[in-house]
Design a binder for this molecule. Structure first.
Ligand code: NAP
Length: 276
């Protein structure tokens, strides 16, 4: 990793903001990455009730060097920024803010793509069934298309899937899920965590026809969706690496560093070992 500017290698005041980030593991991840790269950070979790967001966001943007933004503020932060860059421009959603430049970025898709790559999942020429066309689903669809996959998307709100089809050439919206074979199946619905823990958005009949099963959920580490797929002998991937890699890419933005995929992989492997 090369430094663009020595002055950027100072203590950075960072935070994750969202409606409820009390259980966020961002401080541990960013702290780990910073320590390994000899960077200095302070990292806070700031939960903001929705009614307070508009009154508090400006002082947060002024008071921090960088912010990670999560549900439900990935869109509402945009009017407070000067510009969106890269995937943030394409998705219209921001998960990383450089508070000095007031530029917004989105590193979720980069995290997803690197997770697939590091798990040896080739998407070029493959078919993918994406379940869920919300914020994360959009990043996933874009990266699968960029990688050369044909993407089929189902969302319980048909309009969300249709919007994705209209927006991205190469996406086909499905009005219902039929038991058809797909090379990759991705759960981006959120079904299987929190109150829906123990549930899967699809059953064995479909999963047995599919190849790799990817769940963006990382807690629990093995959702019901992944448990079913694993029981059928499928390769399974949870969302932990995606989460770590999006944090790594965000840190590169905060510190003005050039991302290095090999370094990101090594850091994730070390982080996973330390957590056990
Ligand atoms: P979101 O914006 O709420 O999107 C979820 C989408 O799935 C919504 O469109 C929702 O429809 C749809 N949906 C819900 N239940 C469904 C079902 N049973 N069948 C079909 N569609 C269904 O949430 P998000 O931000 O995209 O997050 C989605 C998941 O990804 C969460 O589990 C989140 O934790 C995970 N995530 C992981 C990472 C990572 O780094 N690993 C990053 C971002 C997100 P409605 O509009 O009708 O509710």
């Amino acid at each position: 990793m090369r430094s663009k500017d020595k002055r950027e290698q100072m203590v950075k005041k960072l935070a994750v903001i969202g409606k409820d980030v009390s259980k966020s593991t961002s401080p541990q991840m960013h702290g780990f990455i910073a320590k390994k790269l000899n960077l200095e950070v302070s990292y806070e979790k700031i939960s903001i009730p929705e009614a307070e967001f508009e009154t508090r966001i400006e002082s947060l943007l002024n008071g921090y060097d960088g912010l990670n933004v999560t549900i439900p503020y990935k869109l509402s932060v945009i009017p407070h920024l000067k510009k969106t860059e890269g995937d943030a421009k394409v998705f219209g959603a921001v998960n990383t803010v450089n508070c000095k430049s007031l530029y917004g970025y989105n590193t979720d898709g980069l995290g997803f793509a690197l997770m697939l790559k590091n798990n040896g999942v080739e998407v070029n020429g493959k078919t993918a069934l994406l379940l869920g066309a919300g914020g994360a689903g959009r990043s996933v669809a874009k990266k699968l298309l960029d990688g050369g996959a044909k993407v089929f998307v189902y969302d319980r709100t048909a309009e969300s899937a249709l919007n994705l089809e209209k927006e991205f050439n190469g996406v086909t919206a499905l009005s219902q899920i039929e038991n058809t074979a797909y090379d990759i199946i991705i759960n981006a619905t959120g079904v299987g965590m929190h109150k829906t823990e123990g549930l899967s958005p699809v059953g064995e009949e479909l999963l047995k026809l599919c190849g790799v099963a990817v769940d963006l959920i990382y807690c629990p580490a093995k959702s019901k969706f992944l448990q079913i797929a694993e029981g059928l002998g499928k390769k399974i991937i949870n969302g932990k690496a995606m989460l770590f890699y999006q944090a790594y890419y965000a840190d590169c933005i905060f510190f003005g560093l050039t991302p290095d995929e090999a370094q990101a992989k090594q850091l994730f492997n070390e982080f996973s070992k330390e957590e056990i």
